[in-house]
Design a protein around this ligand. Structure first.
Ligand SMILES: *Cc1c(COP(=O)(O)O)cnc(C)c1O
Length: 234
């Protein structure tokens, strides 16, 4: 049964997360497990929530809106983790508890504008393009300081940390230098600009979460290892 395997996957992941956290002097309770639920239906989302996942993260606004109408996320916080187009921010601001993927100044200012209109404060993370990949969105490490300062000056956006997706790894542990770089940016900006009030470093996916945690991540976004392989043929 697919749903018993979702519960078993989450149990196994919790053990592996705990092991990785101990490597950096922490425990599994310090790490938030966000299920990356793209291409998995409402029933699968509910199975993950029943098995105690900490949050679910979606990539596409249209898919998220359809699954919201089916109560897919009832019982757990909903995050947005994919690239967000400015003209779709309206459907996300105030709907999700955390946007991981703020990757440009225009998007940041649009979130501020929408949150102000609604009289709310939207929690966000800034996305770092740590590998300098042209194909990937996110602030470069050097742009990040300016973005963090701008964010700190906004009234209706609260920045809680950083998110990053390093380049695809071809060998085990290949991404450790990138994770270490994001961690050092986190520590430096948190101290210089945020009075050490940042809370989250969102990095690590199915294939590399143990390395990410060993390098200081406290929020992993895991799809395949929770839900099984995504079926792109459907
Ligand atoms: C799909 C996705 C993940 C999870 O990927 P897996 O390799 O399936 O664990 C994490 N983060 C983002 C932004 C994603 O789009």
């Amino acid at each position: 049964m697919v749903f018993t395997s979702i519960a078993e996957n989450i149990q196994r992941l919790r053990r592996e997360i705990d092991d990785a956290a101990r490597e950096s002097g922490r425990g599994g309770w310090d790490i938030l497990l966000v299920g990356a639920s793209k291409m998995n239906d409402a029933a699968a989302c509910q199975a993950a929530i029943a098995a105690g996942i900490d949050a679910l993260g979606e990539n596409r606004v249209q898919e998220m809106t359809a699954k919201l109408a089916q109560n897919a996320y009832a019982g757990a916080p909903l995050h947005f983790i994919g690239h967000l187009q400015r003209n779709k921010a309206r459907q996300v601001v105030g709907t999700v508890s955390l946007i991981h993927s703020v990757d440009s100044t225009p998007l940041l200012l649009e979130i501020e504008r929408l949150a102000a209109l609604r009289g709310i404060r939207q929690d966000v993370l800034l996305e770092v393009n740590v590998g300098g990949e042209v194909s990937k969105s996110g602030f470069s490490p050097s742009e990040l300081y300016g973005a963090a300062e701008l964010t700190a000056s906004l009234q209706h956006v609260r920045c809680l940390g950083l998110m990053s997706v390093p380049p695809p790894a071809r060998r085990q542990h290949q991404n450790r230098p990138y994770f270490e770089k994001v961690y050092s940016l986190f520590v430096d900006i948190n101290k210089k600009i945020y009075d050490n009030k940042w809370e989250y470093i969102s990095m690590g996916m199915s294939d590399d979460f143990a390395d990410a945690i060993a390098c200081g991540s406290n929020m992993v976004r895991i799809g395949t290892a929770v839900f099984g392989k995504r079926n792109y043929m459907k």
